[in-house]
Design a protein around this ligand. Structure first.
Ligand code: PEP
Ligand code: MG
Length: 573
C-alpha cells in the first residue's frame, strides 16, 4: 500500500515501524489539604525533569552539535523558572488545588501569552514551554513518557508529530528514518532530520492510522513515498534504489567545492530552492551558487497571522546576509492551489489551481502585497536581491505588479527608509500563455524563471495533486521542451536570462537537455545540487546541445527518456 507525504530529508530506509504513541496526560482538578506535600511533589517533578533534560542535552551535543544541544538549556531554564514556580505555588496555596492542575494552568497562560505575540522568537518559546510542561506533568502523573532514546533496534519511527526533544533523542544507530502525520519541510522536526541526515517524510496526514508496531515499511525520502507492508518485489526494487543512491552519494560528495562546469568548461549557475532561512545550512553544505527560489509562503503558513513588514524584513535580510555576493531570488506570496492560510478565508473554488491565487490575489489584496514588497525593498540593501512574481498570465498583471512595487519604493523614499532603486524584477513562467508570448514579457522584466511544476500541469491539463493523472507529469515530452526553448530563445534575444526553479531543473535526465537548450540558471533542492554538478561534468556542452536538438524532434516523453538514458550512458563510459 502506497502513501505519500512531503520528502523532508533524502534517503531510503526499509525497516519495521516503531510507533511513538502520545500518552494520556489528562489532568483533573482536585482539592487538596496538604499544601506542603503538593509543593514537594511539584519540586520533585521539576528536579527529575531538569535531570532528564540535562541528559538529553548531553546526548544531543554528541549526536548532533552544541547549537542543537542549546535548545535544552532553554528547556532547563523554563523548568526552573522562578516566576512559573512562584505562580504555581501561589495557586496551590491559595486555591488548594493539586500540583498538576496548578502547573498546567500557569503554563497554559504563558503559552497563550507567547503565542499571542507577533514575533517568531516568542512563538518558538511557546513550543518550548509546551515541551517542558508535557515532561513535568508526566512526572507528576507518574506516566512514563514515550522515550525514543530507549529504542535499541533498527526502526523507522512513526508519530503524529515529533517535538524537538523527541527528535534530538533519536539515536541514528537505531532510528533509520521517521514519518509523521503533520509538519512541512520547514517544521522543526524536518529541519532536525536534515541535520541528522536520516531520511524523513512529514505531512502524511494519517500514517499513524495505517501502520502497526512492527509493520515493515519503505521510506523514500527522495520522493516522499511510503510503502506499507511492501511485497518482495517492492523490497527488492527499493533495495536496489537504496544501494544505487548510496553509491551515488559517495561520488557526488566529491563535487562540493567544485565549480558547476561541463566536461569542456562551460560554466552554469546552480542555485538552491529554499522555504525559510533555516534551509541556509543545506545551501552552504552543498555549495549552492545562490538562491534561485525562496518560497516565501512558508513564512505566512507557519504563522497565526500575516507576518509583519519587520518580521518579513528580518527573514529576507537573514538570507541575503548569509549569501554575500550571491544572487538571491525571492518570490512574492504564492498562496492558493494546495497552499492555504488558516487566517485568510478563501471562497471554495471548483478548480483551486486555476483560481484566485498567487499574484492574482496579491493584486486584489494590495495591503498584503505592499507589506511584502516594502519588506523586500528594505532588505534589498543587504545583498543581491531579485524579486520574482509567481503565476503571471498577462502583461497587464506584470505591469500592475511593477506599479505597486514603484509605489512602495516611493513611499519608502518619502519615509526616509533606505532601499535599492535598481532591484532586479523577474517573473515565473508557469502558464503556457506566458511561454508563448515570452518575447513580449522579456521587454518588461530582467529575468525569467520557469516553474515546471505548474507549467507541466497547465500544459498537460493534469492536476499536480491527482495521483490518477500523475502519468501526465511529462518533463521530457518534446512539446514541453519546445515551449521551454521558446522561452529561453526569447529571453536571449531580448538580452535577459532564463532560469528554472521547478523540480525538472534537478532531474538527472532533464538537466543536460536544459543546459543544451541554453538554460542559464538551475535552481533545485539543495540535496540535488551535487548530483547535477556531477552530471554536467560528465558531458561536453556540444554533446548536450546535440542531445537537446534531437530531443526536440522526437515524438514522446518516453522516446526522449530512452534516448537521453542511452546517450548519457554512452558518454560516461
Ligand atoms: C513551479 O510551479 O514549478 C514552482 C517552482 O512553484 P511551486 O512548486 O511553488 O508552485
Ligand atoms: Mg508554481
Amino acid at each position: 500500500m502506497k502513501y505519500s507525504g512531503i520528502g523532508a530529508s533524502a534517503g531510503i530506509a526499509i525497516y519495521p515501524v516503531y510507533k511513538l504513541i502520545e500518552v494520556d496526560l489528562t489532568i483533573e482538578q482536585q482539592s487538596i489539604t496538604d499544601v506542603k506535600n503538593e509543593v514537594a511533589r511539584l519540586e520533585n517533578a521539576i528536579k527529575t525533569t531538569s535531570k532528564e533534560l540535562q541528559t538529553i542535552r548531553e546526548q544531543t551535543a554528541i549526536s548532533m552539535d552544541e547549537e542543537h544541544a542549546m535548545i535544552f538549556d532553554a528547556h532547563i531554564q523554563i523548568a526552573q523558572d522562578p516566576e512559573i514556580m512562584r505562580q504555581v505555588q501561589e495557586k496551590i496555596e491559595e486555591e488548594h488545588v493539586n500540583a498538576e492542575y496548578a502547573y498546567d494552568h500557569v503554563c497554559q497562560m504563558f503559552i497563550a501569552m507567547f503565542e499571542g505575540m507577533d514575533n517568531e522568537y516568542f512563538q518558538e518559546r511557546a513550543l518550548d514551554v509546551k515541551d517542558v510542561r508535557r515532561r513535568v506533568i508526566a512526572h507528576l502523573l507518574d506516566v512514563p513518557l514515550n522515550d525514543p532514546s530507549l529504542i535499541n533496534e533498527k526502526v523507522i519511527v512513526v508519530a503524529h508529530d515529533l517535538t524537538p526533544s523527541d527528535t534530538a533523542q533519536l539515536n541514528k544507530t537505531y532510528v533509520k528514518g521517521f514519518i509523521t502525520n503533520i509538519g512541512g519541510r520547514t517544521s522543526h522536526s524536518a529541519i532536525m532530520a536534515r541535520s541528522l541526515e536520516i531520511p524523513a517524510i512529514v505531512g502524511t496526514k494519517h500514517i499513524t492510522d495505517e501502520v502497526n508496531d512492527g509493520d515493515l515499511v519503505i521510506l523514500d525520502g527522495l520522493t516522499g513515498t511510503v510503502i506499507i507492508r511492501p511485497t518482495d518485489v517492492e523490497i527488492e526494487e527499493y533495495r536496489a534504489k537504496q544501494e544505487h543512491y548510496e553509491k551515488q552519494v559517495a561520488i557526488w560528495s566529491k563535487f562540493v567545492n567544485k565549480p558547476s562546469v561541463s566536461k569542456d568548461g562551460k560554466h552554469v549557475e546552480i542555485a538552491a530552492n529554499i522555504g525559510s532561512p533555516d534551509d541556509l545550512d543545506a545551501v552552504k553544505k552543498y555549495g549552492a551558487e545562490g538562491v534561485g527560489l525562496y518560497r516565501t509562503e512558508f513564512l505566512y503558513m507557519n504563522n497565526d497571522n500575516f507576518p509583519t513588514e519587520m518580521e518579513q524584513y528580518k527573514a529576507y535580510k537573514a538570507v541575503l546576509e548569509a549569501l554575500p555576493n550571491k544572487k538571491v531570488i525571492i518570490r512574492t506570496l504564492d498562496i492558493g492551489g494546495d497552499k492555504h492560510l488558516d487566517y485568510l478565508p478563501m471562497d471554495a473554488e471548483l478548480n483551486p489551481f486555476l483560481g484566485h491565487r498567487a499574484l492574482r490575489l496579491c493584486l486584489e489584496r494590495t495591503d498584503i502585497f505592499k507589506t511584502q514588497l516594502r519588506a523586500l525593498l528594505r532588505a534589498s540593501i543587504h545583498g543581491d536581491l531579485h524579486i520574482m512574481f509567481p503565476m503571471v498570465a498577462t502583461l497587464n498583471e506584470v505591469r500592475q505588479a511593477k506599479a505597486v512595487l514603484e509605489t512602495c519604493k516611493a513611499e519608502l523614499h518619502a519615509e526616509g527608509i533606505a532601499c535599492k532603486d535598481d532591484v532586479k524584477v523577474g517573473i515565473m513562467v508557469e502558464i503556457p500563455a506566458v511561454a508563448i508570448l515570452a518575447d513580449q514579457f522579456a521587454k518588461e522584466v530582467d529575468f525569467f524563471s520557469i516553474g515546471t511544476n505548474d507549467l507541466i500541469q497547465y500544459s498537460f491539463a493534469a492536476d499536480r495533486m491527482n495521483q490518477k493523472v500523475s502519468y501526465l507529469y511529462q518533463p521530457y515530452n518534446p512539446s514541453l521542451l519546445r515551449l521551454i526553448k521558446m522561452v529561453i530563445d526569447a529571453s536571449h534575444e531580448a538580452g535577459i536570462w532564463t532560469g528554472m526553479c521547478g523540480e525538472m531543473a534537478g532531474d538527472k535526465l532533464a538537466a543536460p537537455i536544459l543546459l543544451g537548450l541554453g538554460l542559464d540558471e538551475f535552481s533545485m533542492s539543495a540535496t540535488s545540487i551535487l548530483q547535477t554538478r556531477y552530471i554536467f561534468s560528465e558531458l561536453t556542452y556540444s554533446e548536450m546541445k546535440a542531445m537537446a536538438e534531437t530531443c526536440l524532434t522526437l515524438d514522446s516523453h518516453e522516446s526522449v527518456q530512452e534516448f537521453v538514458e542511452k546517450t548519457i550512458k554512452g558518454e560516461s563510459k
